[in-house]
Ligand binder design. Structure first.
Ligand code: DLL
Length: 427
């Protein structure tokens, strides 16, 4: 579709979506009223800047269904992701929302060369995480033979990949790297598998990692971006050019803002990505701040698609970390420590070994927890580790350290030491 027509479509849909949200979501209506904006002030995309922003904090405040725009009986699904504290983000979907989402992931699969002749192995996690069901739905829409593997169980992944001759692999880039190493260890060469493409996202990865995975699996590796709040994977996807991800602009309107001032920045500037949904029914979001820092480009793409492109997220404007594909906030770790009676004196150490994230948390014991018995300490570490696993969904290694051994900084405590930066991983 020519860019002018996309703009017209967006203008039309935006006016409708704003009216719909205003009429159906009290939380956002209050925000608009406080800013003195009415739906009739919005005539098209040029009026977008008049609308208030929505942040992750608003989602927490409205938890679990304060932003729901339709009766729950019209919804068919929820998905969920980490929130900044104990409360997770819960996104609702009507059947139309699921259809729209799956259209988006189907586009990503087609852009990676997928057709009904393909065998699509989905090893993103299924369940509350959007990766599994998102790519699964898209794979059905394209007509691929879909292998709903979910994550883990590498032995079985490899067996099905070989026996059922998978041609498209969908998982996090770090799992793709791990799978490629596991194949190598078992004596497989890249030409032994039938894979042709991989659709990898949900976490940051570098160009070097892409080349490695491509070489070791004998495939072309495509990036895919998305977030639960907006639907899940497929908000943006790479085409064969592999030069940024096309945003599905008929469903999601993108802006780049200065994260400090909220000012809208011109195309080509680096800033925070903000999205407005254009036709969602259950969980529409207007001007939602993703906290992902990136750059948009309207440069013509040789693939023929006219959708705007975004770079990979280049960083975050908050303190969210992505560890083994899972979003983690320091505040969640703090909440567990306080709940278990520890002071919030801790340090998170992240690194990457064999393309896999390592996640250690050093926690200071209080004088009263201090014990000479290694067994006591191991038991306490294990209890804390279990509580962290329950909160975060991934397993850190917890190390209890002696009182007053974590360096106090003069100003803001250095909570996170992210050694993955050495490898170009910036989130
Ligand atoms: O990660 C959805 C997804 C699943 C995307 C599978 C791609 C593939 P959330 O758990 O809500 O949703 O996390 C969203 O993950 O704001 C980014 O910070 C990060 N993220 C997502 N895709 C990429 C990517 C899913 N391709 C948050 N590169 C987003 C870097 C990504 N970061």
């Amino acid at each position: 579709m020519p860019a002018e027509l996309i703009k017209k479509l967006q203008d039309y849909k935006l006016v409708k979506q704003v009216r719909y949200v205003y009429d159906n979501v009290k939380y956002y209506r209050d925000l608009m009223d406080a800013k003195g904006v009415k739906p009739e002030d919005i005539h098209g995309t040029e009026d977008l800047h008049k609308l208030p922003f929505l942040k992750k904090d608003d989602l927490r405040e409205a938890y679990p269904d304060g932003l729901l725009a339709t009766d729950k009986k019209n919804c068919v699904r929820i998905q969920s992701t980490s929130g900044t504290t104990g409360k997770r983000v819960v996104a609702f979907y009507t059947q139309n929302d699921v259809d729209m989402w799956e259209d988006c992931t189907a586009r990503a699969i087609v852009a990676a060369g997928g057709t009904e002749g393909d065998v699509c192995q989905v090893c993103y996690g299924y369940g509350l995480f959007t990766g599994g069901s998102g790519l699964h739905g898209g794979s059905h829409k394209v007509g691929c033979l879909t292998l709903p593997m979910s994550s883990g169980n590498t032995e079985r992944q490899i067996q099905f990949m070989m026996d059922l001759e998978s041609t498209i692999l969908c998982c996090t880039p770090s799992y793709a790297a791990y799978l490629s190493e596991s194949l190598k260890e078992r004596g497989y060469k890249p030409e032994d598998n039938k894979l042709k493409a991989g659709i990898f996202g949900a976490e940051p990865w570098t160009e070097e990692m892409r080349r490695d995975i491509e070489k070791n699996l004998g495939i072309k590796a495509y990036d895919i971006y998305g977030l639960t709040e907006l639907s899940g994977p497929g908000v943006a996807f790479e085409c064969e050019e592999q030069k940024g991800m096309h945003i599905n602009e008929d469903h999601f309107l993108a802006e780049i803002i200065d994260p400090d001032t909220g000012e809208v920045l011109p195309i080509g500037s680096k800033g925070e990505l903000v999205f407005t949904s254009l036709d969602k029914e259950a969980f529409p979001l207007l001007r939602y701040r993703t906290r992902d820092i990136c750059v948009l480009s309207r440069e013509k793409c040789s693939c023929g698609r006219t959708f705007v492109r975004m770079t990979k997220p280049l960083g975050r404007s908050d303190d969210m970390m992505i560890i083994r594909g899972v979003n983690v906030f320091p505040s969640q770790i703090e909440a567990v420590l306080l709940n278990k009676g520890y002071a919030p004196n801790y340090q998170i150490v992240l690194d990457r070994v064999n393309n896999s994230d390592t996640f250690d948390i050093n926690v200071e014991m209080g004088q009263e927890d201090f014990s000479d018995s290694p067994k006591d300490i191991t038991l306490k570490e294990k209890a804390l580790q279990d509580a962290m696993k329950a909160m975060l969904g991934i397993n850190p290694k917890v190390h209890l350290v002696a009182p007053k051994t974590i360096a106090r900084s003069e100003g803001k405590a250095v909570r996170v030491i992210d050694n993955r930066k050495r490898y170009g991983i910036t989130i």
